[in-house]
Design a protein. Structure first.
Lengths: 111, 117
């Protein structure tokens, strides 16, 4: 499974756009990129998944360059409730689909 | 969306006792479930992969005789921490993979906080 590298932490203010970049230099052809959000003492929650180019849903956008060696999660107009740890994961699901979590990025949104 | 529940949400037990944690997929069938452990301020660490009707696959360094996993049905997997000790105190999270759904998307339970005295 491809290893991922993310910033340990980020700070932002309410209403700003936040971009969290994840590096995955060894991503394989069959790998998807998935982002999860985790609040303290809760299980992770799926945010978005993509394979290439751009994916957008009701909560976020995911930008993936052509070489797929990195990806950027974009959160528009964050609020205090977006304070959480964000994990970038890379894998192909496979027959087992096990996910290996990296250290994640702790996002702190301030008023 | 798919819902995964865990029971209990938190448990306190004495050292040497065994604790069972249940993980249920409430509105879908999951042939594969996963168990993670998370220590304070750390990331999730995969412990084992639970397959319905067969033995679980444990990650390196996880004692299979200490962490017993049973996946008896398509909606239920259990993790039993046997002879628990204070160092087993942690946040245990399960997830379930929904067949035929987005690749790599797993639905996570709310977690179980285990405290061993």
């Amino acid at each position: 499974l491809a290893k991922t590298t993310q910033p340990i932490s980020m700070d932002s203010y309410e209403g700003q756009e936040v971009n969290i970049t994840c590096s995955h230099n060894n991503i394989a052809t069959n790998d998807y990129i998935t982002w999860y959000q985790q609040f303290p003492s809760q299980g992770p929650r799926f945010i978005i998944q993509g394979y290439k180019t751009k994916v957008t849903n009701e909560v976020a956008s995911l930008f993936i360059p052509a070489d797929r060696k990195s990806s950027t999660l974009s959160l528009p107009r964050v609020s205090l409730s977006d304070t959480a740890v964000y994990y970038c994961l890379v894998g192909d699901g496979g027959s087992q689909g096990n996910l290996i979590f990296g250290k994640g990025t702790k996002l702190s949104v301030k008023p | 969306g798919a819902v995964v529940s865990q029971h209990p949400s938190r448990v306190i037990c004495k050292s040497g006792t065994s604790v069972k944690i249940e993980c249920r997929s409430l509105d879908f069938q999951a042939t594969t479930m996963f168990w993670y452990r998370q220590f304070p301020k750390q990331s999730l660490m995969l412990m084992a992969t639970s397959n319905e009707g067969s033995k679980a696959t444990y990650e390196q360094g996880v004692e299979k005789d200490k962490f017993l996993i049973n996946h008896a049905s398509l909606t239920l997997s259990t993790l039993t921490v046997t002879s628990a000790h204070p160092e087993d105190s942690s946040f245990y999270i399960c997830s379930a993979r929904r067949q035929g759904f987005r690749d790599n998307e797993q639905f996570f339970g709310p977690g179980t906080r285990l405290t061993v005295l």
